[in-house]
Write a protein that binds this ligand. Structure first.
Ligand code: SF4
Ligand code: SF4
Ligand code: SF4
Length: 322
């Protein structure tokens, strides 16, 4: 076999690899009618009404402390806690929403990512993103319990029920799973419905983002009428002095963005949010997969080329002998 022919076969495979890299995708765009929530840490008073309501909506038991004197003292997400309020404390923790010597509350539940890693890595499409609303739901009937979604989520949201011999993944379904369907019936999420201060606000992602951006422009100390319930048709408002917000809307861009947005007066890294780039995990991993698959095409193409050339040479030799 001639070296020129070998190189030709190899370069054909390399061209395929280049084409594969070009096929890598960018972040998904928000769904056309994306639904979400805005959590404003500065409005949260830590009452945990949202935690209790979430359990009620999802038929989950309370998580009491060992002495059972407290109602629902869940400290973190679990298979029976899909929404939790965490506490930030620094120094003597005497000033609300201050980074130094202060305290603040932070909500943890599924962020309903615009380009969800959990959906991207699930091998059996048990995690799905609704193309219309962007709501990300888990479907136990399709789930094989491999727990790959737990690895694909940058927020450690999907939780596995290790106590159940058949196992099962649990996460916030934005109160829109089978048997609940609050959103499909024109309602709002349980946690937003009961929040007394509007710290958890429901609505379209577009309207929530607009509200969050408005808050960034307010002067600290001036009075603002904060809406409660659904930002598009608030049940009520309450007046409150504007805090010194961080000029950062979490979820506007992080890892491709989220439908659940957060604002705060304390830097998000102090509130335990993960360091994330703007590019989504899903777009990175799917680009790598494309490239690897096409990389596998390189030896295949080279082998096909070599087989052809060897066969042709053999036929030439045979032809020469006869
Ligand atoms: S119900 Fe509202 S104020 Fe109470 S803990 Fe939940 S988010 Fe905070
Ligand atoms: S926060 Fe995690 S579980 Fe929720 S949609 Fe994003 S990747 Fe999926
Ligand atoms: S949207 Fe529903 S399931 Fe999700 S945290 Fe709120 S109450 Fe819980």
């Amino acid at each position: 076999m001639k070296r020129r022919d070998f190189l030709k076969a190899s370069l054909g495979g390399a061209a395929l690899l280049g084409a594969g890299a070009a096929q890598g995708r960018g972040n998904l765009e928000p769904a056309e009618e994306a639904i979400g929530m805005l959590f404003d840490s500065t409005l949260c008073i830590g009452c945990k009404a949202c935690v209790s309501k979430c359990k009620e909506v999802n038929g989950m038991p309370a998580t009491p402390l060992e002495d059972e004197t407290y109602w629902d003292a869940a400290r973190d997400l679990s298979h029976e806690t899909l929404n939790v309020i965490k506490v930030y404390q620094e120094g003597d923790a005497s000033i609300k929403d201050a980074a130094e010597n202060g305290f603040a509350f932070e909500k943890r539940s599924c962020m309903h990512c615009v380009d969800p890693g959990c959906v991207s890595v699930c091998p059996v499409t048990a995690m799905r993103r609704d193309p219309k609303t962007g709501i990300v739901t888990h479907h136990p009937d399709a789930c094989i319990g491999c727990r790959t979604c737990m690895v694909g989520c940058p927020y450690n949201v999907p939780q596995f029920d290790y106590d159940n011999p058949f196992g099962e993944i649990h996460k916030c379904q934005m109160c829109n799973q089978e048997g609940v369907a609050r959103i499909d019936q024109g309602g709002m999420t349980g946690c937003a419905e009961v929040c007394p201060t509007g710290a958890t606000l429901f609505g379209s992602r577009e309207a929530l983002l607009e509200e969050a951006k408005r808050r960034m422009t307010l002067k600290p100390g001036e009075t603002y009428n904060y809406p409660r319930g659904d930002v598009r048709k608030p049940e009520s408002h309450h007046e409150k002095a504007v805090p010194a917000y961080q000029n950062h809307i979490w979820g506007e861009k992080e890892a491709g963005g989220t439908n659940v947005l957060h604002v705060s007066s304390i830097p998000f890294e102090k509130l335990g949010m993960p360091p994330l780039e703007e590019r989504s995990y899903a777009s990175i991993s799917e680009t790598v997969q494309h490239t690897i698959y096409n990389y596998m095409a390189l030896p295949a193409a080279a082998l096909a080329g070599l087989t052809y050339i060897v066969r042709r040479n053999t036929e030439d030799e045979d032809g020469g002998e006869s």
